[in-house]
Every structure is written in structure tokens, then in C-alpha cells.
Design a protein. Structure first.
Length: 266
């Protein structure tokens, strides 16, 4: 001390609340509690790959200057965001509750993520001037469907409108394709337009091919197609069929399946 004053410096590699004590023999000591903030922020869990129906567990840590977990930093909060518009965070997997704020306890924050949009979302976590990012993978089926018609009399075929005459048999083929990065399950395919007598000339149901393609199939005979009956319509030339429905339990990545059925123009 010089003229009753002493100036000195303090450094600490460990975040927390250290107590500094100044004392001298025969004098009353004094103490002061300091606040040492963490030196950095980091995702400690690895990048993940999940399905669009799954959740991922994530851990982030506040770190000391030596890159160890700031285990003496009792509590804090951080902001977590995703580049995906469908990405969601929650502090618990069940029940799920959307949040963008996570809680650090003793330097560690645990939370969960889910995303209905396939791709590679970038997750970011921020606190103070610290930020860390992590790119993850969300797989998702992308199912597309198309239909072509084939006039068995004229051999004309395609997805476009075509000329049809009375008594022509028309074969429809519905293609369902998965171009995504995940197997598609419980696919429901419905066709009510070909039997819609409000917009088309009345037709008669002739036949449909379901073997090795669909897992289940059914038909409807009411105009709103609200009631469905399991199996194929009985017999041929059933003019009261107003809709057909199929279920394909699994459709693999880059897999295409085709369903066919025929009708006759009256």
C-alpha cells in the first residue's frame, strides 16, 4: 500500500462467484464477491439425423477459459433457434411445449428438437456475445402422385384429356412415388373423380389390380364417398361405384408403385 491505497489485478479461468479477501494482521478483513462469466458456449452433443416423426436430444454447455464445463455457473438462460420454419424446441419431450429459451443449470442445458420439414436445418444457441451453431439432418418422405389414362380401343394414352366414345374401356394407372429420404408409411390413395357423375358421363366399374401393390383396398357407392366397403366391388359392370381407395403400408426411398383400374363409358 502507498498512502493507504493498493491497486492490483485478478484473473480467473473458472466461471462462478469467487470471494476475494483482503486482510492484514491486527486490521479488520474485508471480502468482496466477484462474478466471472463463462468464456464460451458450445453444443456438446453431436450432430444428429432424425426422421420427421422423431425427436432429438440436445445438450449445450457454457465453458470456462480452459474449455471445461462451467460447473460453478449455477444458472443462466440461452436463446435457441432453427433455420427451419418447422423446427421446434422443448425443454421436455413429453409433454411437448414449444420454446426458444433454454435453461442452463451448473453450466449445462438439455432440451429437445423436432422438425416436420426434411433437410439440413442449422441450429444456433446464443448467450452474452457467445454463439454456436450445428447443422443436423431431418429425413422425410416426399410422396408424389400422378395418373394416366389409356383408351383400350384407340390405344391413346397420357395424362391429358382425350376423346372417348360410348362403350370404350378406359384403363387408369395411378403412380405413387417417394422421392424423399425416408420410407413413407400408411399412404392413402383415393380416386373419386373418375366416377364423379356430376362432372363426367356415367361410367361402369370393370376391374382393378391390387395384387402386390396395395395393402388394403375398398370402394364407396355414395356420392359424397363417406362410406367405404372393404375389398373390391363385387362382379363386373357395377355402375354405382363412386370411389376407390387403397392403402400402401410402406413406400421405400425412390420407390414407385402403380395401381390400375378400368371403367367403361356408357
Amino acid at each position: 500500500m502507498a498512502s493507504g491505497v493498493a491497486t492490483f489485478y485478478y484473473t480467473d479461468t473458472q466461471a462462478g462467484y469467487p470471494i476475494i479477501t483482503a486482510y492484514r494482521a491486527s486490521l479488520i478483513a474485508d471480502t468482496q464477491t466477484e462474478t466471472i462469466r463463462p468464456a464460451s458456449l458450445k453444443f456438446s452433443s453431436s450432430s444428429f439425423t432424425i426422421k420427421s416423426t422423431d425427436t432429438a436430444s440436445i445438450v449445450a454447455i457454457l465453458r470456462n477459459a480452459d474449455n471445461c464445463t462451467a460447473s460453478l455457473w449455477t444458472s443462466d438462460t440461452g436463446i435457441i433457434l432453427s433455420s427451419s420454419s418447422k423446427g421446434r424446441f422443448s425443454l421436455a419431450s413429453t409433454p411437448w411445449s414449444d420454446t426458444t429459451t433454454v435453461q442452463f443449470s451448473w453450466g449445462v442445458a438439455s432440451f429437445y428438437y423436432k422438425d416436420k420439414l426434411g433437410g439440413n436445418p442449422v441450429l444456433s444457441i446464443t448467450r452474452y456475445t457467445f454463439q454456436d451453431t450445428q447443422q443436423d439432418t431431418v429425413t422425410r418422405p416426399i410422396v408424389t402422385i400422378s395418373k394416366i389414362q389409356y383408351n383400350m380401343r384407340s390405344s391413346e394414352t397420357g395424362p391429358y384429356p382425350m376423346k372417348m366414345a360410348s362403350s370404350d374401356t378406359i384403363e387408369y394407372t395411378i403412380y405413387i412415388t417417394n422421392t424423399g429420404s425416408e420410407t413413407s408409411t400408411a399412404n392413402i390413395i383415393m380416386d373419386t373423380r373418375a366416377f364423379d357423375t356430376y362432372t363426367n358421363n356415367p361410367v361402369e366399374y370393370i376391374w382393378m389390380d391390387t395384387s402386390t401393390v396395395a395393402s388394403t383396398w375398398s370402394y364407396s357407392i355414395d356420392t359424397p364417398t363417406l362410406n367405404w366397403f372393404t375389398g373390391s366391388p363385387p362382379g363386373n359392370n357395377i355402375d354405382y361405384v363412386k370411389g376407390l381407395k387403397w392403402q400402401i403400408d410402406t413406400l421405400g426411398i425412390n420407390e414407385t408403385k402403380a395401381i390400375k383400374f378400368r371403367v367403361r363409358i356408357r
